[in-house]
Each structure stands twice: as C-alpha cells, then as structure tokens.
Design a protein around this ligand. Structure first.
Ligand code: ADP
Ligand code: MG
Length: 338
C-alpha cells in the first residue's frame, strides 16, 4: 500500500546547520507516528516540511505517493495543530473552527453544522459562542483540534500539542487523542520530547538526535532493544555501561544498556561473582509504586536501579552498602553514541 507520507534522504539546512540531515521514513495510512527527540533535534522542521511551510534542500517528500516539491501548503491534505494552538482571540470558538471551511467557500449554515459536530466530538459544543480567551488551556487545545479536524485532512500533524497542559489533563488528552485517531482512521504525526507520551500513544516512533533518526521502531522494540546508547538513555532512561565501567563491572569491552528495573538490589555480602557489583546508595527517589535508587559503584560511576517501593528495605537509606545483580540477558549491546 502506498505510504501516506514518505521522506527519502530529506535535508533542510539553516546556514551551516543541518536541522534535518538526511532523514528517511514512511508513515502508513492510519498510522499513529511519533517524532521523539530532545529540543533542537529537528522534529518541528520535519513537521513543517510535511506541511509545506518549509522546502527541503535535498531529498524527496511524497504524500500518498505523489512528490509534493511543487505543492503549496494549502494544496496538501494535511492540517497542523500548533503547540501554541494559534487560535484567533477576536473570533468565537465556533468561528475559529469554521474559519477554514468559510475560506474554502462553504456556506454559513453548512460550515456551522460541521463545526458544531467537531466541537461536539471534543465535548465543547456548549462553548461555541465563547471567546477562546475564556477557555482553559485544555479547552483551547480541544478547539485547535476541532479546527484541524473539521477540514477532514487525511494527515494530522501535531507539534507538542499537550506541552502546555498539566500532568493530569495531559494524560486525559493522550487517551482522548488516541481514541479519536483510532475512530477517525486519520494518519497522525505527533511531535513530542516526552518519551512516555510517545511510547504510550504511537504505533511507531522515530527517535531524533541532531537532525537524524537514531532508531525507528515500535515502542516495545525501542524500549526492549535500543540500538544506540542515545536511545537507551533517552527512551529507556537506562544505565549505559561502556569503557572503564564496562571493563570493571562486566569484565568486558563494548557499550551496553542495562535498564534500571533489571537491576536488583541484593545483600552486599552475597556478591561474589561477575554479573554482580557492589556500591553505596547515594539517593532514593520515591515515585509511588516504584522508587529510583542511585548507587555509587566507585570510580565516579553511578548506576540507577528501579525497585518496588514495598521492597526497598535497608536500601532505602542513604549510605547503605548494597549489592547489584542482573541477569545476562538484561544486558543489551548498543552502538556507542559520539
Ligand atoms: P525541535 O522541534 O526538535 O526542537 P527544530 O526542528 O525546531 O527542533 O530545530 C532544529 C534546529 O534547527 C535547531 O537547532 C533550531 O535552532 C534550528 N532552526 C529551526 N528553525 C530555524 C530557522 N527558521 N532559522 C534558523 N535555524 C532554525
Ligand atoms: Mg519543536
């Protein structure tokens, strides 16, 4: 099947900076695709290239199999929800949503009907006559969504749409967005710097670092099989053992990822063999069901273990001597990042 979106070795430069540096990916129709990466890694630029607000300096972009090099933004079946929502403050909620339809020449009654239907979908029909300035952040977010969806785009681009919301609302909207995407069958390209958000919502995630894709995989594979040190750290918050640390603790060379929840705390005196280490607890972060324990293993190196809070025991105290154990298959060889 023809992909909804296709990037082939796409490059976008700003002066000497390669903001997007040879990026290739394909997004399937109806897929929920996330671009995940730290600030400045090229996510927004990639989204703007899809929308047509930016032109590539190299490579090809195809939408539904058609090269869009010569297609202006308004000629693409793509709508964007911007991080700041970009609502018109002087227009009512309803007029914000129907604006695009009216500009396309759709009659007032029909535009009103369709806009109300979209507002109803995001549970805001009752706020149709209010001004966006009278709404909460979460409500404005929903208006922006309704405004993008009313045009019935085949692709919806979302640039950190939940970034301005507090945690509880963000989690609610994550569920809502995912449900909406499933029921409408629209292709979503979702930009975020929040790995939890990307992993919980997306079918596949492209992990960006410095204008390139480090790894493109399903959430499960990214988490369980990170390909690079960068992905191990950024997506899995994993321990990375390399160089001196790998030699000392593992007795081998190379670069390995070891997830915090795969590290077990054991009695320090029980540590007698390779695959085990000892250290001193320097920090305990309570996070509800689980706690993060930071252990100084000597030589200036710190490992993190995620431990069931109910089983913290003696390890809960700073300064305690602990043993660390892990099973061999928890060690994942990854490519060292520069
Ligand atoms: P992200 O969305 O991942 O935070 P961006 O795609 O916005 O990253 O930016 C990637 C890089 O390109 C950054 O270093 C940013 O400063 C730079 N950049 C983005 N837009 C412009 C622009 N219009 N002019 C110059 N540099 C830009
Ligand atoms: Mg951005």
């Amino acid at each position: 099947m023809t992909p909804a979106i296709e990037f082939e070795s796409v490059v976008r430069r700003y002066g000497a900076l390669r903001a997007v540096d040879g990026v290739s990916f394909r997004v399937g129709r109806g897929e929920f695709f996330a671009l995940l990466g730290p600030s400045g890694s090229g996510k927004t630029t990639s989204l703007r290239l899809i929308a047509g607000f930016e032109r590539p300096d190299g490579g090809r972009i195809r939408l539904d199999g058609v090269d869009v090099a010569a297609t202006p933004p308004y000629g693409r079946s793509v709508n964007t929800v911007f991080q700041d929502y970009a609502l018109f403050p002087h227009l009512s909620v309803l007029d914000n949503v129907s604006y695009g339809l009216r500009r396309r020449g759709i009659g007032a009654a029909e535009a009103r009907k369709r806009s109300l239907a979209r507002l109803d979908m995001v549970q805001l029909a009752s706020a149709a006559d209010r001004s966006p300035t009278q709404l909460s952040g979460g409500q404005r977010q929903r208006v922006a969504l309704a405004r993008a969806l009313v045009n019935e785009p085949s692709v919806l681009l979302l640039d950190e749409p939940l970034g301005a919301l507090d945690l509880k609302l963000r989690e609610e909207m994550q569920t809502e967005l995912k449900t909406l995407q499933r029921s409408l069958g629209i292709t979503f390209v979702f930009v975020t710097h929040d790995q939890g958000e990307a992993l919980s919502m997306a079918d596949r995630v492209a992990v960006f670092n410095a204008g390139r894709i480090e790894q493109l995989d399903t959430p499960r594979t990214l988490y369980q099989r990170p390909a690079t040190e960068f992905v191990a750290r950024f997506v899995g918050s994993a321990n990375v053992l390399k160089g001196r640390l790998a030699e000392r603790v593992l007795g081998r060379t190379g670069c390995y990822s070891l997830r915090a929840e795969d590290l077990r705390l054991v009695d320090a005196t029980a540590v007698t063999r390779a695959g085990h280490a000892t250290g001193t607890v320097i920090d305990v972060q309570y996070r509800g069901a689980a706690s993060r324990v930071r252990i100084d293993v000597g030589g200036g190196d710190v490992l993190q273990a995620e431990v069931d809070s109910g089983r913290l025991g003696a390890a809960a105290s700073i300064g305690a001597s602990v043993g660390l154990a892990w099973s061999e298959d928890a060690l994942i060889a990854v490519n060292e990042s520069p």
